[in-house]
Design a protein. Sequence first.
Length: 279
Amino acid sequence: MTELTNVRSERVKVTRSLAGRSARSRAGRFLVEGPQGVREAVRFAPGQVRDIYFTRDSYERYTEIVVESELAGMVTHVASEEVLNLMSPDAQGVLAVLDLPAAQDPAQHLEVLLDAGPRLVAVLSNVRDPGNAGAVIRAADAAGADLVVLTSESVDIHSPKVVRSTAGSLFHLPVVTGLPLTEIVAALSRRGLTTLAADGVGTHDLDDLLDTAGSATDGVPDLSQPSAWIFGNEAWGLREEERALADAVVRVPIRGKAESLNLATAATVCLYASSRAQR
């Protein structure tokens, strides 16, 4: 296979530009960086994969990705380390260019997904840090959630850092973006999901809810039932009007001297609590 070595080529320029949102929108493509993300894209989103780039070393090291992608008829390339680093400094030797998913009306898309009767949903409201957004998507996948929804004020899920932070989970479960929180909560409530706002000022303690799961009394949310967790902005959490939309506001107990939990950590704790209760 001929090695790509021209650092001034149009291919390098165009691929590198996909780190920017406007370039992604114009091209209809996005980047997946690193062997884990690319491996999951090849396995779970093969129809979106346009090109895969390896350094010579990574081509020989990640043979399972090479074999799976080439057997599926995907286009693979070997590039010099200098070329790949220019395309993406975070590629770790493996980089893929994918087509963005076909545009859908987000409200209709959400309704179709809710028709399937999800039992656990993660909602991100005004979450703008790409690392946190990606980590929550990954946690939702690990906890067995059926769906992740991001409000229109949240980060672009196809930015390289979000994609990288999901470690491939972006390709494992549906993610809906582009709706206001009011519409999201209304749609969830119509389908009978209990909406739970995760916030340090919550009137309900998460441990108490785990203790009563399956036998909760009136006025106490039952974690064993289908539910959607709402997580807020990294800096200020959920605003009062956002908390008011939920059926209940739940706090994660802090037993030590920490002032609070990181958003992704708190989301992981909450999602796993529901996952355990629903078992």
